[in-house]
Ligand binder design. Sequence first.
Ligand SMILES: Cc1cc2nc3c(=O)[nH]c(=O)nc-3n(C[C@H](O)[C@H](O)[C@H](O)COP(=O)(O)O)c2cc1C
Length: 175
Amino acid sequence: MNGFKEIGYKEFKINPFDLKHKWMLITAEKEGKVNTMTASWGGFGVLWNKEVVFVVIRPQRYTKEFVDAATSFSLTFFNKEYQKELGYLGKVSGRDEDKITKSGFTIAHEDGIPYFTEANAVLFVKKLYIQQLAPEFFLDSKIDKTWYPENDHHYLYVAEVHKIFKSTEGESFIF
Ligand SMILES: Cc1cc2nc3c(=O)[nH]c(=O)nc-3n(C[C@H](O)[C@H](O)[C@H](O)COP(=O)(O)O)c2cc1C
């Protein structure tokens, strides 16, 4: 990967709560086509003795079809200068516009998994577990009412971190 250096998870210095303000892109490929969406909910941790990430994707997202079709997908993180692009990719659906081309981001692949060369950090992850959140499991029904008035409960994806790359230029908030 030109412009990137592979690093181990031990170099991670992320404050997991930073994601709220510093977004990422979830990107996957299906039948030769790539789609991406902005996400700010999710986390990093350990499950089944593996280094994992978890992300949540609503059923109506076009990206969900791509993540479901793929074995692996990428999470990419960006410098502040790309906030506008991330806002756009998190507002418009790939069903309606060729949003990746319009964003100006450049798709590249590592082990067949798509990512963006403009990123300052890239995680390649392999899906391990998928389950849709369900109303009956909320202990505080206010959360269910607040976030799912249209009953479009997120699907939770747990994925194993396989490779981590850091841009050789500039800083990233995750390292
Ligand atoms: C800051 C931000 C965070 C978002 N986080 C999520 C998320 O965690 N899960 C989700 O399903 N959608 C999230 N979205 C919404 C999707 O990015 C958005 O609906 C996008 O247009 C979906 O595109 P797609 O239909 O091409 O997949 C977020 C949007 C923004 C702007």
